[in-house]
Design a protein around this ligand. Sequence first.
Ligand code: FAD
Length: 409
Amino acid sequence: MSIYDVIIVGGGHGGAQAAIALRQAKFEGSIAVFSNEEFLPYERPPLSKEYFAGEKTFERILIRPESFWQERHIDIHLNSRVNKVDSDLRTITLANGKHYGFGKLIWATGGQPRWLTCPGAELKGVHVIRNRDDVDDILANLHDAQNITIIGGGYIGLEAAAVLRKLDKNVVLVEAQDRLLARVAGQEISDFYLKEHQEHGVDVRLNEGLVSIEGREGCVSNVTLKSGETINSDLIITGIGIVPSINALRDAGAICGNGVDVDALCRTSLPDIFAIGDCASHANKYAAGTVMRVESVQNANDMASAVAKTITGSETEYDAVPWFWSNQYDLRLQTVGLSVGYDDVVMRGDLGARKFSLIYLRQGKVIALDCVNATKDYVQGRKLVLSNDKIDPALLADSNIPLKEMQVG
Ligand SMILES: Cc1cc2nc3c(=O)[nH]c(=O)nc-3n(C[C@H](O)[C@H](O)[C@H](O)COP(=O)(O)OP(=O)(O)OC[C@H]3O[C@@H](n4cnc5c(N)ncnc54)[C@H](O)[C@@H]3O)c2cc1C
């Protein structure tokens, strides 16, 4: 049995960054990354943006070229699903039965897309977007598909809709809530994106749901909505969230809720086992300590870097400011902070000019910003989120005054 000083399970953003950061911190021990995918670590955000639109090749979205991993003696085991963790023996077991030993284990497995459960969900033509194979599969079938139904009005569904409209496909987007981006953004952002998508020709159905998917010869042909309406669909893309991939850790005895529970150092309840990224449930300082999973590249990378520092001897708590972005049409949305629990919201800038920021406050303090084509606000607003100062909402609303001039002390 091979034994590694550090084993990282999952070769996505968090897993790759953990290995990179360990070597940056001059860690000289052996490192292995086990990934159940057949590809070297790559960026996931372009899967619903540039890669999906054919604007970036796969090589351009690799996190590092192959030579990088070899030169730094990071063993990447592809097609290697980890099925079992034994925290007493300090071993992992792969689906093919092989065992490996570890000194420290970093669990960075992200999550699996939630699947539809309605009748017909198993038909050919129902897709998700989580990994490269998912997108290649959609692209392989896209030529013959003109009518696409997207289920879910979150970031992935909306980004996919924007790409598909560029490709001149007919798009119906079905959202269960009464507004788009309901889980992550304020009403004004939801209304703005609704209008944008409608103006670009997306047929958005709010307060709607799927009752069933009908097929012809095993392939999707139409969907039936809650309202009773039937819509022609050659292809369906679902973007209804993920379920964290934590079974092996839970079976090993790690305390889990909606994800693997970790402390401020990203330690699970099992000795020398850390968890990072989408699968790690933590108390986030920027959400007043709310225990949550954050699904973003920033969160995965910064947790990975914190763990690498801790493993190399300088205990480092994860407390990075959250940020995120989404590209749809010519709109660049950049968010900083977490708006969880906001009690006031300020509109800054010009909605009509498609350049504005929505600023979220809690007890008078700025806790988050959603900036649309407003990078300056995004950059300067970060400092407001960090400063914890109370700022007059009337000042915040005045776009003639730069946000950087609003810091008190
Ligand atoms: C289409 C799409 C668009 C996105 N856009 C953005 C964006 O614009 N901005 C942003 O900040 N975030 C975006 N995200 C979210 C971001 O990609 C994730 O938050 C980030 O990838 C999380 O990193 P992670 O390492 O936790 O998980 P992942 O990157 O998902 O990596 C987990 C890896 O572990 C593997 N794995 C799972 N189980 C096992 C196992 N048992 N054994 C071995 N390997 C396993 C998985 O196959 C995967 O390769 C997007 C996500 C998607 C899917």
